[in-house]
Design a protein around this ligand. Structure first.
Ligand code: NAD
Length: 478
């Protein structure tokens, strides 16, 4: 199916083949997966006019009608899960096992918000005056502009578009230039589910700036929802100011993983290795700094290294591959630079440490890491785990919090008092206690960060409220 939608953009009433195209490159072998319609200013303007028209009627549909379409949409995603997974793997290189999981997550998130669409309701507000009646009425925010990254090409779309549509908003999506195929497939299935035209439009483009400029500067776009780097998030924050757009930002992370002296070492090692190496480390919630108590440094290091050596690098389409290529050369170069910088300043390579050809980098563990090294200061976005020793709980908390980021943090302990104490002290939006994947298959939970990791929350009722305005209506009875 991805071949059929590959060339086209979905806007202004249907599929558009454009003369200008850009290639989607398979990071495994550098081959061209597809040539995609390359949208620019003209398409952005057309999409906006179409979205404004679509919103004028979609906002009046009932939550029950929207829920029915969304349920059908989720069913179609489940029915086409293999094809969606394949498109994801081809365009950004994650192993099929993970791509299948992401397809399933996307359907689950859509189902969850389909159910929520039926529950959007206001409240009766009490009045001091006998002749007055008052209530609140949640209404859709309006036209939404969504920008998504390549690392979770389906999940990031589902997490934004599902609550937006459930709320009665219409969406113009600009997917990452590396991964437009998954976005186009999801939009195709939305139409097949019986959705009204132009409620979910997809504008792939090689250069995000011209399309974004049109949509960010127009006051009729009432909400921007973005997942990506902190740098671009800040840019969009500033661009949203002149028209005071509502805004949700899911940005970078630098997650600490703290292993206390009373932790279950083998469980912690298994968890950190999945948290670190899943998607070759290209996740905002990946464990980026591993703090291990002095008492179990060597046993933990051995167990973690054994896990890391168990990954199989290869063609992500192969069933037994557990680590695919990194998404592009720049990502590989950053990973190499972080390792070289750490080693040149005295870090030791416990396992891995090398690029192995193409865009592959071995699962790597570094010990003896300190704060002079870039890897403790910046998001690596690759399969490298730096180990740092600590001896006191207060140091572990202080070091974990000593970053501009605040997305996810993980702790391992059997002490329930410590679990509460540390979880409450960490300046993060998400804390996993003996849990390396707190957000897995949990669209009902809040997801998002503090500090430079973002603004607002996706997931759960908070993710839906982000697409609703609350109107207050007060009536004086005759
Ligand atoms: P990126 O910011 O470069 O790109 C993300 C999206 O923004 C892409 O669609 C891109 O085309 C678009 N973009 C880039 N420049 C733009 C501009 N000037 N105007 C408008 N749009 C622009 O990020 P990336 O490198 O593709 O993704 C990785 C980053 O995303 C990491 O920092 C990661 O932590 C973060 N991320 C965060 C979450 C989260 O939920 N917090 C989830 C996944 C990824």
């Amino acid at each position: 199916m991805y071949q059929t939608v590959a060339r086209q953009a979905l806007l202004a009433g249907g599929w558009h083949t454009l003369e200008k195209t850009f290639p989607v490159i398979n990071p495994f072998d550098g081959s061209t997966v597809a040539q995609i319609a390359d949208c620019g200013i003209t398409e952005a303007k057309e999409a906006l006019e179409a979205a404004v028209t679509a919103f004028s009627s979609f906002k009046n549909t009932s939550g029950f009608e929207r829920s029915t379409i969304m349920q059908k949409w989720a069913q179609l995603i489940r029915a086409n899960a293999e094809e969606i997974a394949r498109a994801m793997t081809l365009e950004m290189g994650k192993p099929m096992l993970e791509s299948r999981g992401e397809s399933a997550y996307s359907a689950t998130a859509i189902e969850w918000y389909a159910a929520e669409a039926e529950r959007i309701a206001g409240e009766i507000i009490p009045s001091r005056f006998a002749q007055k009646r008052a209530f609140s009425r949640p209404e859709p925010v309006g036209v939404v502009y969504a920008i998504t990254p390549w690392n979770f090409p389906a999940a990031m779309i589902a997490r934004k578009v599902a609550p937006a549509l459930a709320a009665g908003c219409v969406v113009i999506l600009k997917p990452a230039e590396q991964s437009p195929l998954t976005a186009l497939l999801l939009a195709k299935l939305w139409l097949e589910a019986g959705a009204p035209k132009d409620t979910f439009q997809v504008l792939p483009c090689a250069d995000p700036v011209p399309v974004s400029k049109v949509l960010m500067s127009d006051a009729r776009v009432r909400k921007i929802t973005f997942t990506g780097s902190t740098e671009v998030g800040k840019l969009l924050y500033a661009q949203a100011a002149p028209t005071l757009k509502r805004l949700s930002l899911e940005l970078g992370g630098h997650a600490p993983f703290i292993v206390f002296e009373d932790a279950d070492v083998s469980a912690a090692a298994l968890t950190v290795s999945n948290s670190k190496f899943r998607n070759a480390g290209q996740q905002c919630v990946a464990s980026n700094r591993v703090y291990v108590h002095d008492d179990l440094t060597s046993s933990f290091e051995d167990a973690f290294a054994a896990q890391a050596r168990g990954f199989k690098l290869g063609n992500p389409l192969d069933a037994d591959t557990t680590i695919g290529p990194l998404v592009d050369k720049a990502t590989l170069q950053k990973v190499e630079a972080h390792v070289q910088d750490a080693v040149s300043k005295g870090a030791k390579i416990v396992t891995g440490g090398h690029a192995t050809g193409g865009l592959f980098f071995e699962p790597t563990i570094l010990s003896g890491v300190n704060t002079t090294m870039r890897i403790l200061e910046e998001e690596t976005f690759g399969p490298v785990a730096p180990l740092v020793r600590f001896s006191s709980e207060s140091d572990a908390i202080a070091w974990a919090n000593n970053t501009e980021y605040g997305l996810a943090a993980y702790i391992w302990t059997r002490d329930i008092g410590r679990a509460y104490r540390v979880a409450e002290s960490l300046e993060y939006g998400i804390v996993g206690v003996n849990d390396g994947v707190p957000s897995a298959m949990a669209p009902q939970a809040p997801f998002g960060g503090t500090k430079n990791s973002g603004v607002g929350r996706e997931g759960g009722r908070w993710g839906l409220e982000a697409f609703l305005e609350l109107k207050y209506i007060s009536i004086t009875l005759p």
